[in-house]
Write a protein that binds this ligand. Structure first.
Ligand SMILES: CC(C)(COP(=O)(O)OP(=O)(O)OC[C@H]1O[C@@H](n2cnc3c(N)ncnc32)[C@H](O)[C@@H]1OP(=O)(O)O)[C@@H](O)C(=O)NCCC(=O)NCCS
Length: 147
């Protein structure tokens, strides 16, 4: 049977599911609210949330955050699809450079065109995000890509 894959913007009502998926992957949730997840992108398969990704937007710079694919749906291209959808949404909003922090997906993001940056190269606004302040510098890799 064919499965129905959809990428759609999150609504406030998706908040609990978003937090649950991120928590299970040990990604930061402490700053999220039902309002702030509106606009996160969700990948749904037959109406089940299989993955998600978020954007924080600071003029021409964006922070890609909260990328997670449910372990049951990994290695099927969903992560890559979510990143591509976020990049095109961000570019449409005037973002020229996307930054991110990751604990262990740096090789994966490298394949998608992201390269490692030093912490002192990041904008102050990026350095004040919860990804930046909650992930230990020794553990997390900072990366960026021009759109
Ligand atoms: C990183 C993550 C989002 C990838 O999601 P995914 O849906 O499995 O990724 P995709 O299937 O789109 O991956 C695309 C390619 O990477 C490969 N790949 C995926 N996971 C991999 C892994 N752990 N190791 C090596 N290669 C991997 C896939 O085989 C695929 O390659 P192919 O098209 O040549 O076969 C997912 O592993 C995850 O949720 N990790 C935990 C949270 C996290 O680290 N988030 C990033 C912090 S912002």
């Amino acid at each position: 049977m064919a499965h129905d894959l959809e990428i759609r913007a999150a609504a406030a009502v998706d908040f609990d599911a978003v937090v649950e998926l991120l928590s299970r992957a040990s990604l930061p949730v402490e700053d999220l609210t039902a309002d702030s997840v509106i606009g996160f992108l969700l990948a749904t398969i037959d109406d089940t949330i299989a993955g998600l990704i978020g954007l924080e937007h600071f003029r021409e710079t964006g922070l890609l955050r909260s990328l997670v694919v449910d372990p049951a749906f990994r290695r099927a291209g969903l992560g890559r699809l979510l990143v591509a959808a976020l990049e095109s949404q961000a570019a449409g909003q005037g973002v020229r450079e996307l930054w991110l922090l990751t604990i262990d997906a740096d090789a994966w993001f490298g394949e998608l065109g992201y390269s490692t940056r030093q912490r002192d190269q990041a904008l102050d606004a990026i350095r004040q995000t919860v990804d930046f302040t909650s992930l230990c510098p020794g553990d997390a890799v900072l990366m960026a890509k021009s759109l």
